[in-house]
Write a protein that binds this ligand. Structure first.
Ligand SMILES: C[S@@+](CC[C@H](N)C(=O)[O-])C[C@H]1O[C@@H](n2cnc3c(N)ncnc32)[C@H](O)[C@@H]1O
Length: 466
């Protein structure tokens, strides 16, 4: 088997160049006491509509008129621990930062019931609010735990050097065929050389004497290169191998990429650790679901979230290779998929007949979809049923007069506009919330393409009051 030696000097040089991109003038990432306020101006979009453009941090006192639309420009998506790993439909940090400042106070308890990669929890932590993050996805829980856990900076640096030095000593002969992990279609997803390199890296991480938190951080750094060194398309939410892709995978690629990522992530983590306050808690319960929140009534001071969409991102399939390598999955993903709000895993018996949610606007669309595709009609209906359960649960656990901010876009199902935000407002009023405000935010960037022509464009932020 072929392999090439990697040059640590070359890798360090590349990382220095990439680091420059993230540094502010003074070289620091966060200044938690004094978030600078972004530039605000009125602009027209391509359709001649007026938008308020906010560059960078959103001021707490930004005036909002109901129904108004904003264009937020984000600069912090890969800063600090936010940048450790990609995640589909991630919040841009300025948004939860603003909402948390606006609707809660220091030492309050904040909830994100569809936490994903934990952007809200990181921002709550940096703003001195305790938080709880709920997700059914094991990968999301592991990632958020790593992104919100303060590390010992000395140990972080020492362990990074240790791993880098062990990469230079790589020799495929050190790995046996029986050391390779076993998971479905393994040899289609990965070239032989890459399988050996990844196995070697994982072995170095788990057999070291460093703390579990350090190992978990290194495992997340390993996870973040998995897609790029696999034979799957880097830019698709679903993990798929495309014949026409012509991806250039070469021996030593996993070692080089991992070395670069580990260095860059250590730098990001060091910055995060230098500003984080350990007296503030982030809880990630192992057994909660956004539809069944195991916390007492009137417990939280503020909730915010960006829920999944119906029929859009298949999260278990997005992170399937990462989960195989992290040991979070090893076979069929179907049981995991069924737990997801917006799931496409539904059974024929469910969609034989048309279902109604009893919201006229939504039922009209559900009926139109049914005529073309009963299965997708049921997926859309079930999505609203599940979101209603979430709204009831959040209503129960929020304190009186507290707010629930939901960031949600529209999507197209079978060519029909499925206006999530409007239906969610109706559902929330039906279960006892009052709609306090709603406004639009143009999406700046989605990391990963949504499959089919059914893209999500404007996000709506709906603010509900208990
Ligand atoms: C749009 S993402 C959230 C992204 C997040 N705001 C971030 O910044 O990373 C939606 C999340 O909802 C999660 N989810 C789906 N069904 C769920 C359920 N029943 N309970 C809790 N979380 C769920 C998915 O796993 C996914 O992580």
């Amino acid at each position: 088997m072929s392999y090439y030696n990697i040059s640590l000097a070359e890798i360090r040089k590349n990382v220095e160049k990439r680091k420059k991109k993230y540094e502010g003038d003074d070289g620091s990432l966060f200044d938690k006491n004094e978030y600078s306020v972004g530039i605000i101006k009125e602009i027209k979009n391509n359709f001649g509509e007026t938008l308020i453009r906010v560059d960078g941090n959103i001021p707490k006192s930004l005036p909002i008129e109901t129904g108004q639309r904003f264009l937020f420009i984000s600069y912090d998506q890969t800063r600090g621990s936010h940048g450790l790993h990609k995640y589909p439909a991630k919040f841009f940090p300025e948004l939860p930062r603003w909402l948390i400042q606006k609707y809660s106070k220091p030492d309050n308890i904040v909830l994100d019931p569809f936490m994903g990669s934990g952007t809200s929890n990181i921002e709550a932590l940096l703003l001195g609010r305790h938080s709880v993050g709920i997700d059914v996805d094991p990968f999301a829980k592991f990632l958020t735990k790593v992104k919100t856990t303060k590390l010992d900076v000395e140990e972080l640096q020492e362990s990074t050097d240790f791993i880098l030095n062990s990469l230079v000593k790589y020799d495929p002969k050190k790995i046996k065929e029986t050391d390779l992990p076993i998971f479905p279609y393994r040899d289609n997803w990965f070239d032989k050389e890459i399988l050996f390199e990844l196995t070697y890296i994982k072995k170095q991480i788990i057999s070291s004497n460093y703390s579990e938190n350090i190992k978990d951080f290194q495992l997340i750094s390993l996870s973040s290169i998995i897609r790029s060194v696999s034979n799957a398309d880097n830019n698709c939410t679903r993990t798929v191998v495309r014949k026409k892709l012509n991806k250039n995978i070469y021996p030593s690629m996993a070692l080089t990429k991992f070395a670069e990522t580990l260095l860059l992530n250590s730098y990001r983590m060091t910055e995060f650790c230098s500003v984080v306050d350990t007296n503030i808690s982030v809880e990630i319960p192992s057994d909660n679901d956004a539809r069944s929140i195991k916390y007492p009534a009137n417990y939280f001071d503020f909730a915010l979230t960006s829920p999944p969409y119906a029929n859009a991102v298949d999260y278990p399939r997005t992170h399937q290779l990462e989960m195989y390598w992290l040991g979070l999955a090893n076979g069929s993903l179907t049981p995991m998929k069924k737990e997801h709000v917006g799931t496409e895993s539904v059974s024929v018996n469910d969609y034989k007949k048309l279902h109604k949610i009893n919201i006229d606007e939504a039922d009209r669309v559900i009926e139109n979809i049914f005529k073309k595709d009963p299965r997708r009609s049921f997926i859309a209906y079930k999505y609203l049923v599940d979101m209603e359960k979430n709204l009831c649960e959040v209503h129960r656990v929020l304190k009186k007069k507290s707010k629930y901010a939901i960031v949600v876009g529209n999507n197209k199902i079978r060519g029909y506009n499925f206006e999530n935000w409007k239906y969610l407002m109706k559902l929330s009023e039906r279960i006892g919330f009052k709609v306090d405000n709603y406004f639009g935010s143009e999406i700046i960037k989605h990391f990963i393409k949504v499959p089919r022509d059914e893209r999500i464009n404007t996000d709506w932020i709906i603010v509900l009051e208990k």
